[in-house]
Design a protein around this ligand. Structure first.
Ligand code: SF4
Ligand code: SF4
Length: 185
């Protein structure tokens, strides 16, 4: 058949040698690549047993903070909800009753406080807006869940343990970054 252009290149189809027919050389070449990778530094880690260090500016799961006496700091002012660009925060305020001074720091507190993690973009504006140091983004991941409602975090999920009743769990929940900041103040 006549070629349309002169750009066609003839392909040489050399018959395979005996070594090539045995495929031994190619198998050895493949094994050597595998062996080389065995002794190389791994690009992956064994999560969750191993964890990568977070960036100093990492913003993770929200935490509702308590003061040094274990009282809830949040006064349900709504500034965090107002600052939230994703409209992820909702709350209901309640008046503190006589005798509840050891539970709530201010006269008004959040009886209900919810963050919809499916909306949240972890921008940290709620933390910036809070005048009471009541909410901040910790160094913890928001865990995965199979159901959408599992991503609606209520007050019981966000409020950290009391530093008076459970100091170990309190400092664990606070995280290193916030703990260092509080201790340097
Ligand atoms: S981190 Fe940003 S998006 Fe998430 S709740 Fe706070 S303000 Fe809203
Ligand atoms: S978390 Fe802070 S900004 Fe939000 S309602 Fe409570 S006190 Fe106000």
């Amino acid at each position: 058949m006549q070629a349309l252009t002169n750009r066609a290149k003839p392909v040489s189809r050399k018959p395979m040698t005996l070594v090539e027919k045995l495929y031994m050389w190619n198998i050895l070449k493949g094994m050597m690549i595998t062996l080389r990778h065995l002794f190389k530094k791994k690009a992956t880690i064994s999560y969750p047993e191993e964890k990568r260090p977070f960036s100093p500016v990492f913003r993770g799961l929200h935490i509702l903070n308590r003061d040094e006496e274990g009282r809830e700091r949040c006064t349900a002012c709504g500034l965090c909800a107002l600052a939230c660009p994703a409209e992820a925060i909702t709350m209901e305020a309640a008046e503190r009753l006589p005798g509840e001074e050891n539970k709530y720091r201010e006269e008004k507190y959040a009886a209900k406080y919810e963050i919809n993690m499916l909306r949240c973009i972890f921008c940290g504006l709620c933390e910036e807006a809070c005048p009471k140091d009541a909410i901040y983004l910790s160094e913890t991941f928001a865990p995965s869940n199979y159901q959408r409602k599992g991503f609606i975090y209520g007050k019981e999920d966000l409020l950290i343990p009391s530093p008076k009743e459970n100091p170990g769990e309190y400092w664990k929940a606070v995280g290193n970054r916030k703990a260092n900041k509080e201790q340097s103040n």
